[in-house]
Structure formats: C-alpha cells, structure tokens
Design a protein around this ligand. Structure first.
Ligand SMILES: Cc1cc2nc3c(=O)[nH]c(=O)nc-3n(C[C@H](O)[C@H](O)[C@H](O)COP(=O)(O)OP(=O)(O)OC[C@H]3O[C@@H](n4cnc5c(N)ncnc54)[C@H](O)[C@@H]3O)c2cc1C
Length: 377
C-alpha cells in the first residue's frame, strides 16, 4: 500500500520504518527542516521494546540505549535521599534510557533514501480521504497516518480535537556535560509540589527532569539557576546533576495532556498516532511508548491486508488503541496528582503510604502498565 506519515517524531518514525519493512511504499512529511530535534533523554519500558521487536527495530534502539537502570536501586525518594519505596528489579528489567537525538537518528537511519520530505507542513483532508496537501500540491495515498504531535493541526482538521489541559506544573529537562557517579541509585525524588528524576544514559552522562507546580506560562530569567534554587538542600546526586549541566542545555515546557480522550483515532482512511491521538503527562514515562505500541498495532493489522480490508483494520486499530491509551492517560494523570501534591497533610499521607507499600505492589502496578494488548489473528 502507499502510505503517508505526517510527522517524523518517535511515533511517526517507528510507524514509517515498521510499515516500510513490511513492504509498504511509505513517504514521511516533516515540517522541520532538520528532523532530529534537540531534547534530553527518554525512558522506554518493556512494552515499547516488545512492539519495537515486532517491527524489527528493537535491536536498533537497544544499540543506542542503556539498560543500566535495571541494575540500580530505583523508585521514589524523600528530598533527604532516604527511600520511600524501591521497585523490584524485575519491574524495570527491560527498561532502557536513551538520548532523544540518538533515538531519532537511529530511527531515521532505518528509512530508505528519499522517504523523508522535510521543511514543509502537511495537511490531511477533513473527510479522511487519504490525501496529503503540502503548500499547493496534493498527493493521493491508500492510507494517511497523522503523527504530528500534541498540538496536532491534523487532529483539528479531522474534527477530532478535544483540546488540551494544563496539568498545573512545568517541567525542566537536562543532560549533564560529563558522567556523574550516581552510586547505583536512580529514580525520582518527590517533595512538595515538585519532583526530581535521575536517569543514567549510555555514556554515563545523566538525563534529569524536574517539575514544579506553577501557573501556565510562568517565565524564569535563568532556568538552571531556578532549578538550583528550587531544589537547594535536596540530596547530593541532584546537586551534582544540576551543577554538571551547562545552563544552555536546560529545557523547560509546561506539561499538558489531552483534555478528554478522543472519540476515535480514525476518520475515513486517515488515522491519528502518538501524541496526536493521546498526549499524556510524563508521569509514567509512557508517552512515546504508547506511540510505539500504536505503530506496531497498525503494522500488525495491515500485514496481509488489501485496500479493501482497510475499513475493518482501521476500526480495530481505533478501538484497541483508544481503550489502552485512555487507561494509561488516566493513570498517568492520577500519578501526576499524587506526585505533585503540595499540602503538608497530603504529602505526609502520601509519603507514609509509600513507605508502607510493599515493593511487590509497585512492581505489579508497573507490570500492568507494561502489558501491551497485541492484536491477535
Ligand atoms: C517532560 C517530558 C518527559 C517525557 N518523558 C518520556 C519518557 O521518559 N518516555 C516516554 O515514552 N515518553 C516521554 N514523554 C512523552 C514523549 O516525549 C512523547 O509522547 C513523544 O515524543 C511523542 O512523539 P510523537 O511522535 O507522537 O510526537 P512529536 O515528538 O511531537 O513529533 C511530531 C512531529 O510532527 C511534526 N509536525 C507537526 N505538525 C506537522 C505538520 N502539519 N506537517 C508535518 N510535520 C508536522 C513536528 O515537527 C514533530 O517532528 C515525555 C514528555 C515530556 C513533556
């Protein structure tokens, strides 16, 4: 089949590479001139690797990522550094971390020459006819995949938009300039209305993220200084990670998710995939993982299908992916509320509950999230 993919983010690239490997004739349209974005790190869990393996991309991603976190102590800590809860090793056994630039480069490298068309925005047809318009040029396909991210214009063109919700907090991300000794401890540290996460990268540099409850659109004069100030007095690894990060390498974005789950991911022969379909808060580290599951689900449903089979295949894609991603989106939002709690009473109750929670329960919750419901037969 001739398939157009709009957007060369993680979701679009995995879909394009997987569909191309299955023998489809794929074209990718990316509005940026330089398709590899800046960005910090990313964690991917077992469900993402199961989906990548089915597309023949698992080893490519393993080659640029690190599984070091699986051999470290991880879970939630108090700002003093004491552990509130440790997740069992098996819950993070297949978790890996990667620098986003390396991931994009590795995935783009899987596409055959001439697949990627950069530098112009592409738009779908409002009625779902599989047509892509770039400037004043329109091109017909058998199927269009719109993977154009959280602020997807194509979701709105298709009449499927439910708007975005500000989660109530902003997020910084950074990567240290040089390796930092984490003493085999990673994971998140939860305070009042703020948290700090630490993730080792393949070259022993550290990817970190930090959140803060704040009104949408809050501006800071010096982002790294703000992180330093807001997390002053927290345990030593946090101080070392911030100090080892050049100021210009600190990024910040307000966190949003979809206001309401979409009624459908499909209109005619055009489908939404990735954040365009189900943008969620980062609290479970599953946003990109869900886009990868979308891509593998779509590819599996299209294996052996002809154009005449598309209607039923796409209906199945929409139903299975809506159900799964709505559950993860809601769980992620709920986790965010607990993690960002700010009143002393709520934080006290949360921390006591975490200290009493058996690690096995945390492991079971994590295993449930990592269970990808593959389409069968
Ligand atoms: C702080 C933070 C931490 C996160 N951490 C994790 C994590 O650890 N693990 C995880 O799995 N997820 C994580 N996520 C979520 C993850 O980053 C996203 O889910 C993922 O990057 C979305 O990929 P995507 O391909 O759907 O969209 P995007 O990455 O947004 O890609 C969309 C692409 O489409 C292009 N585009 C847009 N409009 C058009 C158009 N009209 N025509 C052509 N091109 C267009 C854009 O330029 C872009 O390249 C995190 C998110 C945040 C905010």
């Amino acid at each position: 089949m001739r398939i157009a993919v709009i957007g060369a983010g993680i979701g679009g690239l995995v879909a394009a590479a997987g569909l191309q490997a299955d023998g489809h004739d794929v074209a990718v349209f990316e509005q940026r001139r330089e398709p590899n974005p800046d960005g910090a790190g990313l964690t991917l869990f077992g469900n993402a690797f199961e989906a990548l393996d089915l597309l023949g991309l698992g080893d490519v991603v393993r080659s640029v990522s690190s599984g070091a976190i699986a051999s470290m102590r991880a879970g939630q800590r108090h700002p003093s550094g004491s552990w509130l809860v440790t997740v069992p090793r098996r819950a993070v056994a297949s978790m890996r971390s990667v620098h986003r630039v390396d991931l994009h480069r590795a995935l783009s490298g899987q596409l055959t020459a001439g697949t990627l068309h950069t530098g112009n925005a592409a738009l779908v047809a409002a009625d779902g006819t599989p047509r892509v318009t770039v400037g004043d040029r329109a091109e017909e396909f058998d199927l269009v995949v719109a993977a154009d991210g959280i602020r997807s214009r194509n979701r709105a063109v298709l009449g499927l938009d439910t708007g975005l919700r500000y989660a109530g907090y902003t997020a910084w991300r950074g990567v240290t300039r040089h390796p930092v000794d984490l003493h085999s401890e990673a994971g998140e540290t939860w305070g009042r209305g703020r948290l700090f996460g630490i993730v080792p990268l393949p070259d022993d540099r550290v990817y970190w993220f930090a959140t803060l409850n704040a009104p949408a659109g809050t501006a800071f004069a010096d982002e790294r200084e703000e992180v330093r100030r807001r997390f002053a007095g927290w345990h030593d690894s946090i101080q070392e990670c911030v100090a080892a990060t050049p100021p210009e390498a600190v990024l910040r974005h307000d966190v949003h998710d979809l206001a309401k789950p979409l009624a459908s991911f499909v209109r005619g022969r055009t489908v939404l995939l990735g954040d365009a379909a189900h943008a969620m808060t980062p609290n479970l580290g599953q946003g990109a993982g869900q886009g990868i599951e979308d891509a593998a689900t779509l590819a599996l449903l299209l294996r052996g299908a002809r154009v005449g089979d598309l209607e039923s295949a796409l209906a199945r894609y929409s139903t299975t992916r809506q159900k799964r991603t709505t559950r993860v989106l809601q769980r992620s939002r709920a986790t965010g509320r607990v993690a960002q709690a700010s009143s002393p009473l709520a934080v006290g109750v949360r921390n006591t509950a975490l200290r009493l929670l058996p690690g096995a329960v945390m492991g079971a919750l994590s295993a449930r999230i990592q269970k990808w419901p593959k389409p069968s037969g």
